[in-house]
Design a protein around this ligand. Structure first.
Ligand SMILES: *[C@@H]1O[C@H](CO)[C@@H](O)[C@H](O)[C@H]1NC(C)=O
Ligand SMILES: *[C@@H]1O[C@H](CO)[C@@H](O)[C@H](O)[C@H]1NC(C)=O
Ligand SMILES: CC(=O)N[C@H]1CO[C@H](CO)[C@@H](O)[C@@H]1O
Length: 224
C-alpha cells in the first residue's frame, strides 16, 4: 500500500518560515520511498518577515500559505482543510516558522501554545495511532502536546557543533525524555509513534542533515 503523508510547512526560509533544505530533504526521501505527499500550511500572516542577508525583521507582511507555496511548487493546501483520516503519517520540517507561525515558542519558550488547527491535527494523528515525524525545532510541538514523550533535538551540551543545546534542557523541564543523538540519527518513540532528528540544530554539513532526515522519514514510514 502506498503511504499517504501530510507535510506541514510554515513559510519559506530558515529565519521566518520552514527551513528550505529540511523540507527538500523530507520531500526527496518521501518520493524515493514511493509515498504520496500533500503539503499544508496555515493561511495567515507570518509573525515576521526576515531579511535573510542580515537576519533582521523588516516591515513587510507575508502570508504563510503563499510563502510555503514556493517550496511546494505551487501545490499547498490550507492547513484548516487537513483531514487526518486521509493520511497515514504527518511530517513537520523545522525552521523558525515552527517557533513563530506554528507556535509561539520563539517568544514564550516552555509556556508556548500551538496554532489551534495544528494542535488538533497533531492530537488526532496521535489518537489514531498514526506516526508523526519532526526535525530541528519542530519536536517542541510534540513536547507541548504529547506529555512525557521521548524525543531528540540532538545533544544537550552546548558547544560549537550544538549551538542550540539549551532547547534539550527546556524540553526536559516540560516533562519529556530527551535522548542525545547525532545529526545522522533519529530517535523513535515507539509508544507515541514519534520520530525525531536534530537536522540544523546541529552545525553540520548539508549532507549529514539530509541523511539524518532520511532516517527520520524511513522510520516514520515504517510505523505507518
Ligand atoms: C496537488 O497535490 C494533490 C495532492 O497530492 C494532487 O492530488 C494534485 O493532483 C496536485 N495538483 C497539481 C496541479 O499538481
Ligand atoms: C528556552 O529556554 C531554555 C532554558 O530553559 C534556553 O536554554 C533556550 O535557549 C530557550 N530557547 C529559546 C528559543 O529562547
Ligand atoms: C496563521 C497563523 O497561525 N499565524 C500565526 C503565526 O504566528 C504568530 C505568532 O505566534 C501568530 O500570531 C499568528 O496567528
Amino acid at each position: 500500500m502506498v503511504k499517504r503523508v501530510a507535510v506541514i510547512l510554515s513559510g519559506c526560509g530558515v529565519y521566518d518560515g520552514t527551513e528550505i533544505h529540511e523540507a527538500s530533504a523530507v520531500l526527496v526521501h518521501l518520493s524515493r520511498a514511493g509515498a504520496e505527499v500533500q503539503m499544508f500550511a496555515p493561511d495567515g500572516d507570518q509573525m515576521h518577515v526576515v531579511n535573510h542577508c542580515v537576519g533582521k525583521p523588516t516591515e513587510e507582511k507575508r502570508n504563510i500559505l503563499q510563502e510555503s507555496a514556493r517550496i511546494a511548487r505551487g501545490n499547498v493546501t490550507d492547513l484548516a482543510k487537513l483531514d487526518v483520516s486521509a493520511f497515514d503519517a504527518a511530517i513537520i520540517p523545522g525552521g523558525f516558522g515552527v517557533a513563530k507561525n506554528l507556535s509561539d515558542w520563539a517568544v514564550k519558550n516552555k509556556s508556548c501554545t500551538v496554532q489551534p488547527h495544528l494542535e488538533k491535527i497533531i492530537k488526532d494523528f496521535h489518537k489514531a495511532g498514526k506516526p508523526l515525524g519532526m526535525c530541528c525545532i519542530s519536536p517542541v510541538l510534540a513536547a507541548k502536546l504529547l506529555p512525557g514523550c521521548e524525543l531528540t533535538v540532538g545533544q544537550d551540551k552546548e558547544c560549537e557543533k550544538w549551538p542550540f543545546a539549551g532547547t534539550a534542557g527546556a524540553l526536559k523541564e516540560m516533562g519529556c525524555k530527551h535522548v542525545n543523538k547525532n545529526v545522522d540519527e533519529a530517535h523513535v518513540d515507539v509508544k507515541n509513534k514519534l520520530v525525531t532528528t536534530s537536522a540544523f540544530m546541529c552545525n553540520a554539513p548539508f549532507h549529514q542533515v539530509f541523511d539524518g532526515i532520511g532516517v527520520m522519514v524511513q522510520e516514520t514510514l515504517k510505523l505507518a
